[in-house]
Design a binder for this molecule. Structure first.
Ligand SMILES: [Fe+2]
Ligand SMILES: [Fe+2]
Length: 286
């Protein structure tokens, strides 16, 4: 079987929308895609923030291109979710999400990165792109719906290119290099960020229709748990191993080393344990 190679510069018109098969769009996957659409579609706020952190005008077209691709991810995921659930309206859900989620580093005019330095910001970006690259690869592998397979494959390839972009940009920053442990601390901090409401609140706005907001008020813990359950159903061992390898490379560790392999298998075991505690069936396939 020859797998398709998705190159940069695709557009929504390139997707074979006519192949959509609603019977293969599982409700829990539809919920996961709705939330992903909201977070991706909110990219313009990240563009403004990154342009402040990286004032060199030569880098701004790169940031804008990155933001345009992330916004396009949101648009196509939203379109797929609207086809799977015609009651879902991307623009309406995004408007509610943006009205309720506005972190301080988006609203302010600060030029400093919240990660402490530009190199630190780029490590955090690599962590995010590692996560999205593995997440969309896992979605492509987890779904039987052909249009979502294509969309997730295209987005995963974009996210991997974004990772490479931030990884290479980190190496040419005119700042002193960060120590290995400083990079590790930034990466762990970004992976375990718990005071940020982006993921839980986007999931709430994505799956609770506007006319049910009063009846179903926001409960961060409940909606976070719901989305975590979907994530556990999506990931397989190889995807977890891949994200650990990409983060390891970003902080300067050997992605093929014994420690990284151990971390990958430990992370997978923890995920499976949490899946079984939450009563979620997760295939043990590699
Ligand atoms: Fe994206
Ligand atoms: Fe990305």
């Amino acid at each position: 079987m020859v797998l398709p190679v998705y190159k940069q510069g695709w557009s929504p018109e390139d997707i074979a929308w006519s192949q959509f098969d609603r019977s293969r769009a599982e409700p829990w996957m539809v919920e996961a895609i709705k939330s992903a659409a909201l977070v991706e579609y909110n990219a313009p706020d990240y563009v403004s923030y990154l342009k402040r952190v990286f004032p060199d005008p030569a880098f701004h077209p790169v940031i804008e291109q990155w933001g345009a691709e992330e916004t396009q991810h949101g648009r196509v995921l939203g379109r797929w979710a609207e086809m799977a659930d015609p009651s879902f309206k991307l623009e309406e859900a995004v408007a509610r999400f943006r009205a309720g989620y506005r972190p301080a580093h988006f609203a302010g005019n600060e030029e400093a990165s919240i990660r402490g330095s530009r190199r630190g910001e780029l490590i955090a970006r690599c962590v995010v792109e590692s996560g999205t690259s593995s997440y969309y690869t896992a979605i492509k592998d987890a779904t039987a719906e052909p249009v979502l397979q294509e969309i997730a494959g295209r987005i995963a390839a974009d996210e991997y290119r974004h990772y490479k972009l931030f990884y290479e940009t980190q190496k040419i920053q005119p700042e002193p290099a960060l120590s290995f442990w400083k990079k590790v601390r930034i990466a762990i901090g970004r992976m375990t960020e718990s005071d940020d409401d982006e993921i839980c609140y986007s999931h709430y706005c994505a799956i609770v229709p506007a006319d049910q907001v009063t009846a179903k008020p926001y409960d961060r813990r409940a909606y976070g748990k719901n989305l975590f359950g979907h994530t556990l159903r999506i990931y397989r061992r190889r995807h977890v191993q891949k994200v650990i390898q990409m983060v390891a490379k970003a902080v300067g560790a050997d992605p093929q080393g014994t420690v990284v392999k151990f971390l990958g298998s430990t992370a997978w075991r923890v995920l499976r344990l949490r899946a079984s505690m939450a009563g979620i069936a997760q295939k043990a396939a590699a």
